[in-house]
Design a protein around this ligand. Sequence first.
Ligand code: PLP
Length: 379
Amino acid sequence: MKKIPILDLKAQIRPIRAEIDAAIKEVIDNTAFILGGKVSEFEDAVIKYTGAKYAVACSNGTDAISLALSALGIGASDGVVCPSFTFYATAGSIAALGAIPVFADIDPHTYTISVSSVEQALKQKNGPKIKAIMPVHLYGQCADMEPILKIARENQLKVIEDNAQAFGAEYLPAGQAGKGKKSGTIADCGSISFFPGKNLGAFGDAGMVLANDKAVADALCLLRNQGNKEKYHHLVIGHNNRMDTLQAAVLNVKLKYLDAWNNKRQQNAAYYNQGLKGLPIKTPLVAGYSTHIYHQYVLRLDRPSAGLIEHLINKGIDARVYYPLPLHLQPCFKYLGYKAGDFPESVKASHETLAIPVYPELSKEDMDYIIGAIKEYLM
Ligand SMILES: Cc1ncc(COP(=O)(O)O)c(C=O)c1O
């Protein structure tokens, strides 16, 4: 039987293997294994690519969120509004600092945080004092940032973009044609994950925080490296959140290919959109204010998606749900006191959606096979 994985990293690495091997060899020859020259080279390359003023490489996307929150002065007992429908780390990083995740629902069309739900969260009387909003650029497209930034300005809140899934996407502010901003550079800070499965993935864990303010960037540099400015002189309580030089070397090579890979994902998405036309299934909506780099290509039915997923898996197609249980219903967040019935759009999305393979190396034949399998189930 044909087998189509959700991602094929071997196929991605094969054509660039010699370049990567050479970059890794250089690190081994130089032995500067942590925050070496290649890390600052990568930070500079990301600044050039995104237009951010500052880029601080770190250990992973989870730590990137914690670092961003700490650098912006958010800590124990502060409330941070974030969506319930996202990967655990969005809220886990908030809670790990002793801060309080304040959940909001999602927009049912884009799956990103709902602006009206953020407004509701801010109106709550007996919750924690809210200090920040953390929209997530889920699946590869930006959240609706302008109204969120407006709310933040009006309420003196910080905004951190959880940009783990959308590195390379562009936010297109209304009425400012040609003035797109790269995701992660729109708010006070943007966190990035270079987890191997991301569109730009390392060969292990790696992450980054983008910032537009020097004081915030300085704080990030201190916090990621034991609070050290000068070795053995610790100015603040920091952690070991540094990036390995080997990861930076790999990422430096791969960054050059990111736009081409993202373009290929967009072409694949367009091919699926066309092939699935007329079927009782919803293809992803791209909001006018953002490009979509299809970290995931997510379909939606008007009933539970479990049957279709099972059908696809039986055909050798690795279809999945991201994410099957919204965060407000996770056992680890029980202490926050949310209940079934809260955030209905998050709950509905967790039942009715499914992601199918969209990675750049997917062949037309693979996509035709997947489209055929979906048709077989729906017709
Ligand atoms: C939305 C979101 N936030 C945060 C993270 C955490 O990133 P990492 O796995 O690099 O710690 C991820 C990664 O899966 C993610 O998808």
